[in-house]
Design a protein around this ligand. Sequence first.
Ligand code: ZN
Length: 410
Amino acid sequence: MVGEQEFLHTQFQNYYKNARIESVPDIHTREFGIGEFGKKIVKRHLSFSNQNEFNAFLETVVPFYISYSTALYQYPGKFPMEAKKYVAADLVYEFDAGDMPRADQLMKFFWKCSECQESGKGMRKACTNCGGKTSVQKWITKEILEETKKETFRLLAVLENELGIREGISINFSGNAGYHVHVRNSTIRELSPEARIEIVDYLSGMNLMPESHGFYAEGKRIHAPDTQTSVGWNKRIVEKLLELLEKENVEELATYGHAPVTKVKNFLKNKDAHITTITEQKMLPPLPGKSSEQFWFSLIERIVEQQAIKLDRQVSTDIKKILRVPDTIHGSTGLPAQTVDRESLKSYNPLTEAVVLPADESVGVFIDSAPQCIVGGQRFGPYDQSHEELPLFAAVYLVARGAAVLDGKT
Ligand SMILES: [Zn+2]
């Protein structure tokens, strides 16, 4: 892969020659780590005293991946970690396609045998030809990127509306399969590691106890929080319960409340009275029979599961973590980890917009196998053992992903 590596290096260098990356605030306090072809981190504990030095480094060294510490240190380049003298840390959240609940349905998977080179669609662990070990490639789709964006929006809503965090929020595409959210402000930076874990628990609904959120049984009565004054999870759960009743969502009520459909249908005949019980008396109306408590608490459990934000827990709680520098190139795709304005996020489509390499040059490649993919707003593939002349950015995408080699080499 030497030729390919050199090819990518040249393209990435051309980008860094013309780009000015100033996405890391307080740059002199950050630790950096870099990766090379196929390895995301090969070296850590790098530091730069200013933006000029950093940009000169990008242009000359051309790292395939470059990440920075969410933490700010007094001596970021020192090692071991304690010698860096921790000062503070930003909050970061990562949403990756692979972590989404519907990743298996919405992503495309290709397997390849490492012994006989046989390949095919799907997630096979053993080769259909020789039984050998396979490696599985995941390909993103518009749909899975939309899912990760939805989670990003859910996070922003909770940060802003429930936790009152509005200052210093910066969002970027990850350069591959998701989004990163950076929160940088003085209040956040002072948070202890325990407080960071607490926030992540809150966001992800981890170990959420309904009793702590206004839902508790007292004899045969089940209390609910005040719909007028409740906030946060209390509000979200009670509103969702009301919505299920309002919309007479028999299927969901029966399935997740573990109750027979006929019973739920009968129960809904007094829908309006039930809604009043919740909103006026702050009680969950009893379901006939013994299963009332189980019914409501199962529903609450399901609502929490649905509303839990699907973030990468480790990224948000580990203050030693380093994360891709926004606007730098992701070495597995050749796409930039593009910063996106909060206002543009809704209409942002990385498959169309996250391209920084030229479209007016073309390169001959041999593509082993690849599903249809969209890069730079254009559709490519599907390919199977195919020689193609592609625009530079698309050739880089396939070569960086390891799905193609430069033509003339096979
Ligand atoms: Zn095989």
